[in-house]
Ligand binder design. Structure first.
Ligand code: GLA
Length: 724
């Protein structure tokens, strides 16, 4: 068991192979966090309970000896209004109208395995022995609010997950004002906060800043996780690099408004909380009701950012992504969007399929523009029936012809949206997200559909079901092309309008769940104006996500390096497009770090380009496993180096690897020595192109010398090595 309770010391010890986490049930049943860090044998540490009388006018609890104050103690789950003035994880407004909250330990349970969260995505166990779960029960003696703190330890993966359930066991209603999924109190504040900021077309840039006194952090209020901040943060010692140093990584399995906040206090300690954004959130609990927070995934390592990422990658590949396409080889696709935008018909799509087939491509995806009367982005979202003016003879006639060419067929949807110019809007003018008396803002000429409502979801699902069940569809791309303003639902009472954002995302989960359970064979790719909803919750439903609308291969380096902080290559949609920034070799070499595909009119390729594409297709098949499931080593990051980027994929057995180098700008000298990582020092590796043999030791210590290789702007190379 990776979780143990010591009844004498009243401590819980949660161990992964490399980390320990200790909780103490202290005097008066306060729950304290004694330790989170590298694995240690002890299950108790004295002295961290921090009795500091009147630390800074901090109120003390006279029932606890030594002037104990929650303000200076490492609280396991900091609550609002009872002497802990730091950012709180929980605040519940009770029947008396105040939100003073104080939970104390009342019991616990430890068991093998991991329970699901009703109606929400979460990581899972493949078999019970893979993880152990601790439930700690804590109660507010005054308000009768009962909290369950869930901890699951995936010992071999080096991962711990946390979440919370809040129950109202009183006979009055109460309102949750904030409920974070996790809270950690670390001694010291010598950390950098690492996060991923961006915008549409420039997602997930790496940002690193030293913690300072006060509150700092990231959030989304956009109704989705969004392009602008990702629900990922890390706390890293100042000296951390890819290979060395202490890192705590946190990722929220949630696609709605989130918040990740760190506070450094007067004692120089750090609290980090992550969960649903309390801004515009509230949840009424009637007597007997309960509320489940989303799950937070926590990774600890002493081996730098690279190892943190690899732990996330392996864990998500094995314990988050589900279904047939978790392990089955995914078809190599061509997507119609950048090839034709809205300007296509059956004939053009079949022509794409025919040429694509000659290149070795396996699936045609028909993107936006096939339904209602949609010829641009101004209409028809919500009218999910085929536009027969474009697709003569209907969808099945098109699919038949595409299948005859030997290709599978995929289709595009944007289920949570509605165009004001649509039959659906004319029939149901109150189905969009809006508030009374205001005309809502438009985004890309569209409103958001209120999928917090079951009747709305049922309508959309019925329409989708008809198309998906009547046609041979192998793939669905699910888009979401605006953020949510004017948040309100026509059917929620005033008191519950603050529940809208969370109810909306639960509605999205419900729709996605219907898709993956009714059509388990469909390969499902998520998208939101590129990577505006690239988060673990979406990966629970769809094994891959379109990483960005930006297909410029140099810009993609930044986007893919940033995304790889916690998301594996198997999840990152990466396509070669007609973007002219570099030649096809580099476009392919960059896209080969993800779920590879094409997004162009294949009929426009020159003879020379066709040869390059055919070679890429061959390599896609040959190195599929290495790319999708290998270990990533970021060798040179574009965020650190203006001239070049390099990365490596190494098989789990360390018997194969590939290394990619891209030159973004020419430096005055062209000699590159790449010190490789993650190899077996004792193994000998052969360069598949040249036949040269090197030891793993040489490649890691002396480095791979790439004199004059790929040294022009926009040039690149990929080298494949196999164990001799
Ligand atoms: C979004 C997606 C694109 C494409 C368009 C269609 O922007 O990211 O890939 O599907 O929508 O409108």
């Amino acid at each position: 068991m990776s979780i143990a309770f010591d009844p004498q010391k009243r401590t819980f010890k949660l161990d992964t192979a490399t980390s320990s986490y200790i909780i103490q049930v202290y005097e008066e049943n306060y729950l304290l966090n004694l330790y989170y860090g590298p694995w240690i044998p002890e299950s108790f540490i004295d002295g961290r309970q921090c009795r500091r009388p009147n630390a800074s006018f901090s109120p003390t609890n006279p029932a606890v000896g030594g002037g104990f104050t929650p303000d200076a103690a490492p609280m396991e789950y900091g609550c609002n209004g009872t002497g802990d003035f730091r950012i709180s994880a929980l605040a519940v407004r009770n029947a008396d109208g105040n939100s003073v909250t104080d939970i104390r330990y009342v019991g616990h349970k430890i068991y093998a395995g991991k329970p699901e969260i009703p109606g929400q995505p979460s990581t899972y166990v493949n078999h019970e022995s893979e993880a152990d779960t601790l439930e700690i029960y804590a109660e507010d003696a005054v308000t009768k609010v009962r909290v369950t703190l869930y901890y699951t330890v995936f010992s071999d993966c080096g991962v711990m997950t946390r979440r919370v359930r809040v129950e109202n066991t009183s006979s009055y209603s109460c309102e949750i004002e904030r409920v974070f999924s996790m809270c950690v109190d670390l001694p010291g504040m010598d950390y950098d906060l690492i996060s991923l900021y961006g915008r549409h077309y420039k997602e997930r840039n790496l940002e690193r800043r030293p913690l300072a006194h006060g509150v700092q952090g990231i959030e989304s209020k956009r109704g989705v996780s969004g392009h602008c901040q990702n629900p990922f943060v890390a706390l890293a010692a100042h000296n951390v690099d890819e290979q060395h140093g202490i890192v705590y990584g946190f990722n929220l399995v949630y696609s709605g408004n989130f918040s990740a906040l760190a506070e450094c206090d007067f004692n120089g300690t750090t609290r980090l909380i992550m969960g649903i954004n309390p801004v515009d959130f509230g949840w009424t609990l009637m007597p007997g009701d309960s509320f489940d927070s989303p799950e937070a995934v926590m990774v600890f390592t002493e081996d730098g950012l690279g190892e943190m990422s690899r732990i996330f990658h392996r864990f998500y590949n094995s314990n988050l992504i589900r279904g047939r396409w978790k392990t089955e080889k995914r078809p190599l696709l061509i997507n119609s969007w950048e090839a034709a935008f809205f300007d296509f018909d059956t004939e053009k799509l079949v022509a794409f399929a025919k040429t694509a087939k000659e290149l070795g491509i396996e699936m045609l995806v028909m993107d936006d523009g096939w339904f209602g009367k949609r010829n641009d982005d101004s209409s028809s979202l919500g009218d999910w029936f085929v536009n027969e003016k474009k697709l003569t003879g209907g969808l099945s006639a098109l699919i038949e012809q595409v299948n005859q060419e030997g290709l599978k067929f995929g289709i595009w949807y944007e289920p949570e949206m509605i165009s004001p110019d649509s039959d659906l809007f004319r029939a149901h003018p109150d189905w969009h997200v809006h508030v009374k008396g205001r005309t809502p803002m438009l985004g890309r000429s569209q409103y958001v559909l209120d999928v917090s409502r079951e009747d709305v979801r049922d309508n959309i699902w019925k329409q989708m079901y008809k198309v998906l069940s009547e046609n041979k569809i192998d793939y669905v791309k699910w888009d979401f092309n605006r953020n949510i303003s004017d948040a309100g639902s026509a059917i929620l009472p005033a008191k519950r309008q603050k529940e809208f954002f969370h109810r909306f995302i639960l509605g999205t989960y419900d729709l996605m769940n219907r898709l993956v359970t009714t059509f388990p064979d469909i390969l499902f790719e998520n998208c939101s104006g590129g990577g505006g909803r690239f988060d673990p919750a979406m990966l629970y439903y769809s094994p891959q996500i379109w990483t960005s609308d930006n297909t410029d291969p140099i810009e993609r380096l930044y986007i893919q390096f940033g995304t790889s902080m916690c998301y594996p290559a198997s999840t990152m949609g990466a396509h070669v497009s007609a973007n002219p920034r570099t030649g096809y070799e580099t476009k392919g070499n960059v896209a080969m770090w993800g779920t590879f595909g094409y997004e162009l009119d294949p009929r426009n390729l020159t003879e020379h380009e066709i040869e390059i594409v055919k070679e890429q297709v061959k390599n896609y098949h040959k190195y599929y496993d290495l790319i999708h499931y290998g270990d990533l080593y970021r060798l040179i990051s574009p965020f650190d180096n203006p001239y070049r980027a390099a990365w490596q994929m190494v098989s789990a057995e360390k018997d194969r690897f590939m290394v990619t180098l891209v030159t973004m700008r020419v430096e005055s000298y062209a000699n590159v020595i790449l010190k490789l990582q993650g190899l077996d020092p004792k193994k000998q590796y052969r360069n598949e192109a040249t036949g040269e043999i090197y030891s793993g030791t040489l490649l890691m210590k002396a480095g791979l010398i790439l004199n004059g290789v790929a040294h022009g702007t926009g040039e690149s190379c990929v080298l494949y090595f196999t164990e001799v």
